[in-house]
Design a protein around this ligand. Structure first.
Ligand code: FAD
Length: 359
């Protein structure tokens, strides 16, 4: 993290803050380091330190494969325990019949429609939560406003595996995130009216200008360097639609809210962050249990990494097979590490399959 001269907080003050944060985390990660301008220059020559007052290094957890695989691993773990998950199926809304919800759904690949019956309906449609409630006729206390955020994927700007962090011209945090042989840069925070947002020239200019200003590149990045673009909306929670006129846009809470219609066994999840997904899940399953619906795996830990002994067994088998001897020369990690990271416990089955057919 680089702090410019004249920024509202001195790097020393922010560094002290990282220590508090680090202690809250029981010192789980590496100790935060204060970086004077000269050490910043030495360790990250790509950072333009001309206007820098200093900086610091803070270590935190990170999703090396991105959010999609992280989410998929939850879905996959749930399916191993009997959950039925279906993608490319759209809910067209639901109606209440007696004690049951009947959701009308459409297979968006072949257009076929079918009904799904449920004791409880959990609306986790993200930015589309209000739309789905309108289809179902559910009234809620909370609603969404949308903030668009974009990221650009550009050629790798530094071989160091650190995330570089700055404050952009609008005062918001700005990141350059390593992504293998690419770098992912962003983001923006623009209020939009619809979840169907698109990257505009203005967005691209904002991201590239902020990045070019803060880095020492051989030549400034231009739109021609953009390899791919990401665009999404953050659903931000407001209590009534009148809050739509909020003045302090950037200070709207990013916390989630769950509205419950106890009489109809209906839950709506609003807002939140991916980092809070386990807490949201716990809260949702607690509510579902209070509705009198038994959840088979509520008391056991069904997601995340298996017991360390499973990993030890996996590594033992991988060593015996000399799996790492097949690591691609371009890969930045060993093959055994890669398979474990991507497949967890299922990597053991992969080893068995590789033994059957080494090709
Ligand atoms: C630019 C940006 C940066 C972000 N950065 C961070 C970050 O650094 N850290 C962090 O923790 N979080 C971050 N977030 C927030 C994070 O992405 C969200 O909190 C998270 O994705 C919410 O998950 P969700 O499952 O509630 O909703 P979503 O991920 O939005 O999932 C909702 C799903 O419902 C589906 N759906 C909607 N309507 C229907 C329907 N009628 N029928 C069937 N399916 C439907 C949608 O297709 C979608 O797949 C960021 C978000 C954005 C946009």
């Amino acid at each position: 993290m680089t702090i410019d001269r004249g920024f509202r907080f001195h790097p020393l003050f922010l560094w002290a803050g990282t220590w508090v944060y680090w202690l809250f985390g029981n010192g789980f990660t590496r100790i935060p380091r204060l970086l004077f301008k000269r050490s910043l220059q030495r360790e990250e020559p790509v950072v333009n330190t001309q206007n820098a007052a200093g900086g610091f290094e803070y270590s935190d957890a990170r999703l090396p494969d991105g959010d999609a695989r992280f989410v998929f691993q939850f879905v996959s773990s749930a399916m191993e325990r009997g959950c039925i998950a279906a993608n490319y199926v759209e809910s067209l809304g639901a109606r209440r019949e007696g004690d049951l919800w009947i959701a009308r759904t459409r297979n968006v690949i072949d257009g076929q429609e079918m009904d799904i019956r449920a004791k409880v309906l959990i609306n986790a449609a993200g930015p589309f939560a209000d739309d789905h409630n309108a289809l179902t006729g559910e009234e809620t206390e909370h609603h969404h406003l949308f903030s668009k955020g974009i990221h650009l994927i550009v050629p790798r700007i530094t071989p160091n595996p650190r995330i570089l962090t700055f404050f952009a011209d609008d005062g918001r945090l700005f990141f350059a995130i390593p992504m293998g042989v690419r770098t992912c840069v962003g983001t923006t925070d623009t209020r939009v009216e619809s979840p169907f947002a698109e990257v505009t020239d203005e967005d691209r200019r904002f991201v590239l200008d902020n990045l070019n200003k803060r880095l020492n590149l051989d030549r400034p990045l231009t739109c021609a360097d953009i390899i791919a673009e990401r665009c999404g909306v953050r659903p931000l929670v407001v209590k009534t639609r009148a809050d739509g006129n909020v003045r302090d846009w950037l200070h709207l809470s990013r916390k989630h809210e769950i509205d419950v219609d106890w009489a109809k066994a209906h839950l709506s999840i609003f807002g939140g962050k991916l980092t809070g997904c386990i807490n949201v899940g716990d809260e949702v399953s607690g509510i579902v249990a209070r509705l009198g619906i038994a959840l088979p795996h509520r008391e056991s830990l069904w997601y995340g990494e298996p017991h360390p002994s499973v990993r030890e067994e996996y590594l033992r088998q991988a060593r015996r097979m000399n799996l790492d001897g097949h690591t691609s020369p371009e890969s930045i990690e060993s093959l055994s590490g890669r398979l474990w990271r991507r497949h967890g416990q299922q990597a053991l089955d992969l080893l068995a399959e590789i033994r059957e057919d080494p090709r």
